[in-house]
Design a protein around this ligand. Sequence first.
Ligand SMILES: Cc1ncc(C[n+]2csc(CCOP(=O)(O)OP(=O)(O)O)c2C)c(N)n1
Ligand code: SF4
Length: 245
Amino acid sequence: MTKVFTRPKSLTDKPFHYCPGCTHGIVHRLVAEAIDELGIREKTIGVAPVGCAVFAYEYFNCDMQEAAHGRAPAVATGIKRVLPDRVVFTYQGDGDLAAIGTAEIVHAAIRGENITVIFINNAIYGMTGGQMAPTTLIGQVTATTPYGRDPGKAGYPIRMSEMLATLEGSAYIERVSVHDIKHINQAKRAIKKAFETQLAGKGFSMVEVLSTCPTNWGMTPVEALKWLEQNMIPYYPLGVKKEGK
Ligand SMILES: Cc1ncc(C[n+]2csc(CCOP(=O)(O)OP(=O)(O)O)c2C)c(N)n1
Ligand code: SF4
């Protein structure tokens, strides 16, 4: 039988452990395809996060390093400064990047570190049971906001891309989504561009990917994709937030 589907060379053969319908798997594939197409697999080093993507080092077929909670941008900074000819990326969820590691991401961006960040915004802490994240929407029910997120008690959702785009050190920042084929293709282009930004030595690049967590949202995979489109995109508008430094 003719083989019509193959994994990118930059992914190992190990099956993903993600829940059915989780978009972490899609984003892994896009990152791997971008690395393949740019021909940089032999010189790429990824930094894996805490959260559901903690085993990313088993899935990406390039050199990988695990980082402690939220510290991936600091670890990536060290790697890139010691090995400036390598392509260095972090892969981080919103609990990791926008809560536990807020300081690390802000300071990596303001320093203009020549690294690429893949930021998965699924509006919740996936791995630890669906607690509220900084990105949880107003009114969204989570394990720690059972009556819906109330801004009077829990503050407002944070728009990391817009915030980091104000920093002089950031070179390229775009928010994308993976809820349908058209947007998956756009996401791929953005991820490739982020790596190209690093290859051109322009400084800090980040792609924020609006993603699903069907398990902790309490939805089917199809319902989760619709919920993302209808609820997340209005609060987190897609598009380039910073370019052309
Ligand atoms: C300092 C610290 N805070 C919190 C935790 C618990 N913890 C580990 S993974 C995680 C959730 C991370 O969620 P996110 O980064 O959004 O990724 P997801 O699982 O949704 O992909 C949390 C809260 C911890 N281990 N240490
Ligand atoms: S808990 Fe959520 S983020 Fe984690 S693998 Fe399952 S669906 Fe994905």
